[in-house]
Design a protein around this ligand. Structure first.
Ligand code: SAJ
Length: 426
């Protein structure tokens, strides 16, 4: 079939490439001319394991091509961003824009699939818009008898850093506007998904996606709240979590400097926004996780105050371990706050950055490597659990003042110079 993927970002490009590998003719559409040019030259504009080789291969074979303008296709996959605006209100403007674009080339027999994380009811809005724009077509939910086209919601649920594996291995939830729509979409996903494909309604699939990320956010918030309680009680939170997790029905996640990325820190708000009065738990979890950043900054400052004038190493800027994605990163926010107060004292170690983000550089911080940081910095603030940092043995950290927000160095002794009540774990 001919497949058009709208949006060549973190989800759209890997999805387009995986579909192209099955032998389909895939057209990737993006509003950014630079992205279109990059893909057409067989290169990638995002870092993801094995994506570069896959894209260069499918482009060379002629199965993947990028363009600014849409062309007639059999299947349309929408993978555009759904940010939130003021008051955390979801903004589905890009989704509706994509649907408007599709409407210009849609034919009977076409399948339209929305993959973007979306508030419940968005797929129905897409159907309504297509019905308005194309009165000549019988649109599901807006016609009697069998429809001319199929419309479904099928959320992506891949983990950055494992996208190409999870795109194929993970189970997929496929929600149709009607059961027939779901079956049409299922037929498409079966081409490249090895996991189970489970069909449901569009509304249930939309809520499922939001639920998965809200579940994780609430569980991380629990760990973050525990870490603050444990600090106050002079208890090592990491040890408590390890011990509690020996219970057969307890599985606590890890505290950290906050929650970042473009999904877990965003999607729960879509649920809250749909019914603020009935979502106090999900909202509070969001607030606890956002609040952890300020807490981390305050604890880091307390440590830094122990050694006036000494160089400070901030380890990591990424939003999580072993990736180069700094979007909504709590580590970046903490490093920025520290750099703004201590300027040239601040040395950033981030193996996944070629240069410092401009605001950090402007504050006077410098990028360095782990070996130089070990040699020159008596203060270590661990913000990301990159493998590279985990590999630093105790003798190279001996005598340093360490604030380990990710619990990567359980053997680090609490420095004697630190005042009682200032145990720096979590
Ligand atoms: N984090 C913690 N403690 C933990 C786990 C994570 O502080 O125990 C932090 C991370 O450091 C990071 C943030 O949470 O800052 C989010 O990281 P993540 O690994 O939990 O999730 P993402 O944002 O990379 O990907 C999530 C995944 N969703 C779930 O696991 C339910 C992924 O499967 C989704 O596809 C993705 O969101 C998405 O696109 O929605």
């Amino acid at each position: 079939p001919k497949v058009a993927v709208l949006g060549l970002g973190y989800i759209g490009l890997p999805t387009a490439a995986v579909i192209a590998r099955t032998g389909a003719q895939v057209l990737g559409i993006d509003v950014d001319a630079h992205v279109v040019e990059t893909v057409n030259s067989g290169r990638v504009h995002i870092e993801e394991i094995d994506l570069d080789g896959l894209v260069s291969g499918v482009v060379a074979r002629g199965n993947l091509r990028a363009a600014l303008a849409i062309e007639p296709s059999d299947v349309f996959v929408i993978a555009v961003p759904t940010p939130f605006g003021a008051n955390h209100a979801p903004d589905i403007g890009y989704v509706l824009q994509a649907a408007t674009t599709i409407a210009t080339v849609l034919k009977a027999g076409g399948v339209v699939i929305l993959e973007s994380t979306s508030p419940v009811g968005t797929t129905e809005k897409v159907a309504e818009l297509l019905a308005q724009l194309r009165p000549d077509l019988k649109v599901p939910g807006h016609c009697s008898g069998s429809a001319d086209i199929a419309i479904a919601y099928c959320p992506e649920r891949v983990l950055p850093g494992r996208i190409l594996v999870e795109l194929i291995e993970n189970d997929r939830v496929i929600g149709g506007i009607t059961p027939r729509c779901a079956r049409k979409a299922l037929h498409f996903y079966r081409r490249f998904v090895r996991g189970a494909c489970v069909t449901t309604t569009a509304r249930a699939a939309e809520m499922t996606k939001l639920t998965e990320n809200a579940f994780r956010d609430v569980n991380i918030a629990f760990a973050n709240e525990l870490s603050i309680l444990a600090e106050g009680m002079d208890v090592d939170v990491w040890e408590v979590i390890r011990l509690a997790n020996r219970h057969p029905r307890v599985n606590i996640l890890s505290p950290g400097p906050g929650v970042g990325g473009h999904c877990i820190a965003v999607d729960p708000w879509f649920l809250v926004h749909s019914n603020p009065a009935q979502s106090p738990l999900i909202r509070t979890a969001r607030e606890v996780n956002d609040g952890k950043v300020a807490h981390t900054i305050a604890r880091a400052e307390a440590l830094i105050a122990q050694l006036p004038g000494a160089p400070i190493a901030c380890l990591g800027l990424a939003f999580k371990a072993n990736i180069d994605d700094f979007r909504e990163s709590p580590a970046l926010k903490v490093a920025q706050a520290i750099a703004e107060r201590h300027g040239p004292r601040v040395r950033i170690v981030e193996p996944y950055a070629h240069a410092l983000p401009p605001a950090l550089a402007a504050a006077g911080a410098t990028l360095t490597d782990i070996d130089s940081a070990i040699e020159s910095c008596p203060i270590f603030i661990v913000l990301v659990d990159h493998d590279l940092f985990k590999s630093v043995p105790l003798d190279e950290r001996a005598g340093k003042l360490v604030y380990d927000t990710r619990g990567i160095w359980p053997d680090q002794p609490a420095p004697e110079s630190i005042a009682a009540g200032l145990r720096l774990a979590g």
